[in-house]
Design a protein around this ligand. Structure first.
Ligand code: HEM
Ligand code: HEM
Length: 135
């Protein structure tokens, strides 16, 4: 499966889950877990959809394993992070290590995405440089 397809599919599922979470908070008149809901939606629905667009626009890397792994790590880390923040908001200390580890993995995965974004540009520039040198 392409990284973009995985990204779009996961984004939709997490968007639906995040909205159900929001509706549940509203119905129960208990907004205590809203930071976890907010980040689940922003990292799960919004960020994954944006990764999907980027990978779709770069078909040369869309079929390779590294973007696929980047998306999977993001999915798992976002779920761990949101559970951790949700537990912390409801005064369960066990949430702290989950939120901490989740956030660090999310940051590392963003750095990996950044590397994937900059790498093709460097390759293109290197290609241009060798073409100009040959002229
Ligand atoms: C059916 C859809 C949704 C419902 C019913 C819903 C419901 C809620 C509720 C009840 C709160 C708590 C508000 C408060 O106490 O201040 C909240 C906060 C928040 N939600 Fe949602 N939400 C939905 C979808 C989304 C989506 C799709 C996103 C992001 C893409 C999102 C992002 C946020 C953010 C950032 C906050 C925190 C706002 C603040 O700082 O006050 N929500 N939402
Ligand atoms: C590793 C990733 C992230 C960490 C550790 C993080 C951490 C935090 C923290 C500590 C707060 C303050 C919460 C409070 O005072 O109750 C916050 C708020 C907020 N963050 Fe993040 N954030 C992350 C990623 C993001 C991303 C990617 C977005 C947007 C795309 C975002 C949007 C927001 C918004 C809208 C708020 C205010 C609403 C709220 O309190 O939940 N964050 N974040």
């Amino acid at each position: 499966m392409k990284a973009s397809v995985l990204s779009f599919r996961a984004a939709v599922l997490m968007g639906i889950a995040g909205m159900i979470w929001g509706i549940a908070m509203a119905i129960n008149e208990d907004h205590s877990t809203f930071p976890a809901h907010a980040h689940f939606n922003l990292l799960g629905w919004v960020s994954l959809f944006l990764f999907g667009i980027y990978y779709h626009l770069h078909p040369a890397i869309d079929r390779t394993w590294l973007p696929f792994a980047q998306v999977w790590v993001w999915i798992v880390a976002t779920i761990v992070f949101a559970i951790g923040v949700g537990l912390l908001q409801s005064w369960h200390e066990i949430g702290a290590p989950l939120a901490g580890v989740g956030s660090l993995v999310i940051l590392a995965d963003m750095l990996l995405f950044g590397w994937l974004v900059y790498r093709p540009a460097q390759t293109a520039l290197a290609g241009q440089a060798s073409t100009s040198a040959a002229e």
